[in-house]
Design a protein around this ligand. Sequence first.
Ligand SMILES: [Zn+2]
Length: 204
Amino acid sequence: MIIGNPIIIQCPVCNTNYTKTSILSGNTFGGHFWSDGSFFAPMLPDQVVFTRCTECNTIFNISNSPYHEALNYEDADGLPTVEHLSKSELLEAIEKKIYINTNEEIYLRKRLWQKLNNHPWKDEMPSTFAISPEYRQNAEALINLLDKSNEDEILIIAELHRNLGNFNECIVLINKLFENRKEERILQIENACKKKINGTLQYK
Ligand SMILES: [Zn+2]
């Protein structure tokens, strides 16, 4: 992993400064990947996109905010780092419609989906879980927003249907994907679907 000078980001409302590590290059070697798109990779930190200003409580997308590269480490010394949104902050961001386009809404809803999922670690088996109203509402909104002509997004829609217990809908989409690709991860989702397991899987 190659790290550059820290980036200094300004809250667009109150101008409070924050800092963020600049990753110039990383890789997913030794990483763990789950069926909801979340991952843990020691050499590729999960980059913050949306954050909340701890001074004025504004939730903002850091890539739409004023920023500059620190000239040296001392410039950023002592500044708070940007943090990921918590579950309640994601719910608030969606509720208040702070997103400016569909891509931002999809991003926030995916993060919320991942936050609400259980992630089995190593040999731990995926579990079957009960769907809360907030889980269902978010998953259904995400299904409606995703592009049904894009194979990667079809796979996400299939996975959302499996989470919701719509196993038949999931299998129909999996079979459609099998026409062009037969990957291990798609087989894993199909297998869980046949066993009527709705919990998130760790890809082998
Ligand atoms: Zn602020």
